[in-house]
Design a protein around this ligand. Structure first.
Ligand code: CP3
Length: 369
């Protein structure tokens, strides 16, 4: 028997710290849970060492390396959740596009989509189990190796964000090539967004079946849209993803998996996001915690939103920033995080100080309640 066959998605170790899951469902907790986007990343010397020998997407295809990279930050800091090491761009790859990670430049598509005729280049039917099986194996393996310490989060890019990469061919400040499609080819845009949605739904469901205990959907490029375009080209697909994943997980008896939507710079859509079938809305640092609570009417849990650059501050200042953030969000239905991912030049010690500050401030607030 192949060694991979021995690790089955069952008999997982019992979860010892469910604080993150309880907060996602808006239940009472002993402290505010905390994790960081990009917690498995280049700010950790051990990450750089593990990644050095292997190409980025080859790393993503190795369940053992993904598992190791996911666990590394947990060995250093008492995070309340782990996010599987992978990338949002594995979905365009599964649809037939080539993507390379070019050091110093970032993700690069040698042949991006130029006009609607190029949609023919995409696989019309994606065999998610075959194309992305390596992600599911990584999740199952990690769920075992994490030994129930904290829950494991699975994730996907959202349709609009993936569409921008597929058309721009890499990073872009304006996303103008992708936005051009919205104005010149709205019908083809919807076709592509729908095609992405169908793959993402299957992809997220398979992550849950493999052992993911929560899901986050990254709409990282919400900020280049306005409210009207967001309502037409992003929100319907985000809603559809949550609704379809929930319907199916219910059928599978796995409906205890909360979903988080993170639409970076999408503050204009906060009310809509709060009613899009996700349990948690992730926030970037451009929103004031109190106003986010007011605008979402206490109906859902919130996640975020410290400016990652606050980690450059001296520890005493960092501590007071965390205190203010907790005062603003309150301790119920709240998951502390940064407003975006950690940067490679950040000091791991300050990441540890951030985690400790969230735990100690929130314990104090909860004791005096
Ligand atoms: O710890 C974690 O957060 C889990 C792993 C994770 C990665 N990418 C690993 C990664 C997650 C959740 C992602 C999501 C992702 N990937 C997003 C959405 C979140 C966001 O940042 O808005 C996006 C837009 C991508 C696409 C992508 N992948 C970019 C823009 C980059 C950076 C390129 C660069 O050179 O800085 C990547 C590469 C990447 N993905 C790294 C990591 C740790 C760094 C490169 C490396 O490890 O060599």
């Amino acid at each position: 028997m192949d060694k991979d066959d021995l690790i089955l998605p069952k008999d997982f170790p019992e979860l010892k710290n469910d604080t993150f899951l309880r907060a996602a469902w808006g239940e009472e907790t002993q402290h505010v849970p905390v994790w960081c986007m990009r917690q498995a990343g280049r700010y950790l010397p051990e990450f750089r060492e593990t990644r050095a020998a292997t190409d980025f997407f080859r790393t993503c295809r190795s369940p053992e390396l993904c598992c190791e990279l996911t666990l590394q930050p947990l060995r250093r800091f008492p995070f309340d959740a782990a996010i599987i090491f992978s990338d949002i761009l594995v979905v365009p790859q599964a649809m037939g596009m080539e993507v390379q990670m070019v050091p110093g430049k970032g993700p690069t598509f040698p042949e991006p989509l130029k006009d609607p005729d190029d949609l023919q280049r995409l696989r019309s039917k994606v065999d998610v189990a075959a194309e992305l099986g390596y992600v599911f194996k990584a999740i199952t393996l990690t769920r075992h190796k994490i030994e129930g310490k904290v829950p494991l989060i699975g994730f996907s890019g959202a349709p609009w964000t993936l569409m921008t990469y597929m058309i721009e061919g890499g990073g872009s400040t304006t996303q103008s090539k992708a936005k051009r499609w919205l104005y010149c080819h709205p019908e083809a845009s919807h076709r592509l967004l729908k095609q992405l949605t169908d793959v993402i739904v299957e992809y997220l469901l398979a992550q849950v079946a493999a052992g993911a205990q929560a899901l986050q959907v990254f709409e990282s490029h919400a900020g280049c849209l306005g409210p009207r375009e967001f309502r037409e080209f992003a929100l319907p697909y985000l809603r559809d993803i949550a609704r379809r994943v929930k319907d199916k997980t219910k059928d599978l008896g796995l409906d205890n998996v909360p979903m988080i939507v993170f639409a970076k710079d999408g503050h204009y859509a906060l009310e809509d996001l709060a009613e899009s079938h996700y349990e948690v809305v992730g926030l970037d640092w451009t929103i004031d915690p109190r106003s986010a609570r007011e605008r979402t009417g206490g109906k859902i849990s919130l996640q975020g939103n410290m400016d990652p650059c606050a980690l450059y501050a001296p520890k005493e200042q960092l501590d007071s920033i965390v205190g203010q953030m907790l005062d603003g969000f309150g301790t119920r239905g709240y998951i502390a995080n940064l407003g975006h991912g950690l940067y490679p030049d950040m000091d791991p010690e300050h990441v540890g100080a951030f985690v400790d500050a969230v735990h100690s401030h929130s314990r104090r607030l909860l004791r005096t309640k």
